[in-house]
Design a protein around this ligand. Structure first.
Ligand code: 5GP
Ligand code: ZN
Length: 113
């Protein structure tokens, strides 16, 4: 399968790794939208949030848990941060391997554009 995030998870292409566990890996976004912009992904390929089977739903909690760990490690926890998951075209998804964006280091407006 020609998936860029699977290749990053398999260490076939390089990325700046921020966190790794048995089921999850996180790396810095190539085109950061904030001073800190980390992507947290399951090592297993799942294309969109619509495709998470009930038996794999716990991995979504692992993505959030990894994000909070990284936020603390990078000193974002007190000032705050944002976590975002985009689904399909209207959600702004461009890479079809689910990922959680962890954004921090600046104030973020709400609602997003
Ligand atoms: P999406 O728009 O699908 O929610 O987010 C995909 C993210 O992946 C974008 O923020 C984009 O900058 C990032 N991205 C795309 N290709 C690469 C890559 O090869 N390496 C890294 N580190 N990030 C990437
Ligand atoms: Zn993949």
């Amino acid at each position: 399968m020609d998936c860029i995030f699977c290749k990053i998870a398999n260490k076939e292409i390089p990325a700046r790794i921020a966190f790794e566990s048995d089921r999850v890996i996180a790396f810095h976004d190539l085109f950061p939208q904030a001073p800190t912009h980390v992507l947290v992904i399951p090592k297993t390929h799942i294309s969109t949030l619509n495709d998470v089977p009930a038996e794999q739903a716990p991995v979504l909690g692992e993505l959030v848990s990894a994000a909070t760990t990284i936020a603390k490690e990078l000193g974002l926890a007190d000032a705050g941060y944002r976590v975002v998951m985009n689904c399909n075209a209207d959600g702004g998804q461009s890479v079809y391997h689910i990922h959680l964006h962890l954004l921090g280091g600046r104030h973020m407006a709400w609602p997003p554009g």
